[in-house]
Design a protein around this ligand. Structure first.
Ligand SMILES: CC(C)(COP(=O)(O)OP(=O)(O)OC[C@H]1O[C@@H](n2cnc3c(N)ncnc32)[C@H](O)[C@@H]1OP(=O)(O)O)[C@@H](O)C(=O)NCCC(=O)NCCS
Length: 150
């Protein structure tokens, strides 16, 4: 498949929002606000968003990227981080996810990062398998906690 991968621009906002809603359905209306802030210049998390387009120009995937200072099992400093990774259900298993990660790694290298990291849910076996297929090594599994202090 002939693919184009490029950073998102304002015209991609609706497609980006749709993919975010599919990837993180619990986040309600937060996506619109996050996208608005990104295009207003707030480039922290994510610092960059790459979008993949098929040969018809249809958006088929995204990689949301950041640079983290501290990542478990990585040297402190600038670590490229795959904050979000999504390919439309009908476009999966065709190499689009791989192409997005390769472009993401190129971006991180250009930002001065020597390592690239990611995470996924414990029960997301497809994502875990895809990460491993792309050369990520598993460095740990966590259970997170919170409590209110009010
Ligand atoms: C994870 C995801 C982005 C992968 O995208 P994709 O376009 O299907 O990935 P690719 O086709 O490029 O596959 C990359 C590699 O991972 C492997 N892979 C992909 N999905 C897999 C699965 N469900 N089970 C096993 N291996 C898988 C592929 O075989 C390929 O390896 P290979 O080149 O050695 O054959 C996609 O499945 C997705 O959007 N899933 C839902 C959202 C999600 O879980 N995102 C990740 C958490 S943030």
């Amino acid at each position: 498949m002939k693919l184009l991968i490029r950073p998102v621009c304002v015209d991609d906002a609706a497609a980006w929002r749709g993919m975010r809603k599919a990837l993180w359905p619990g986040d309600g209306d937060q996506h619109a606000e996050d996208i608005r802030r990104f295009f207003a210049g707030e480039r922290l998390e994510p610092a960059e968003v790459l979008m993949a387009f098929d040969e018809t120009g249809h958006a088929v995937g995204i990689a949301e990227l950041s640079i983290r200072a501290i990542v478990d099992s990585c040297a402190p400093g600038r670590v490229g981080y795959l904050e979000g990774w999504y390919v439309s259900a009908t476009a999966r298993r065709k190499g689009i996810g791989r192409a997005l990660v390769q472009a993401a790694e190129d971006w991180a290298r250009a930002q001065g990062c020597a390592e690239f990291a990611s995470d996924t849910e414990l029960d997301n076996s497809g994502s875990i398998a895809a990460h491993k297929a792309l050369g990520f090594e598993e460095t740990g599994r966590v259970v997170q906690f919170r409590k209110s202090l009010l």
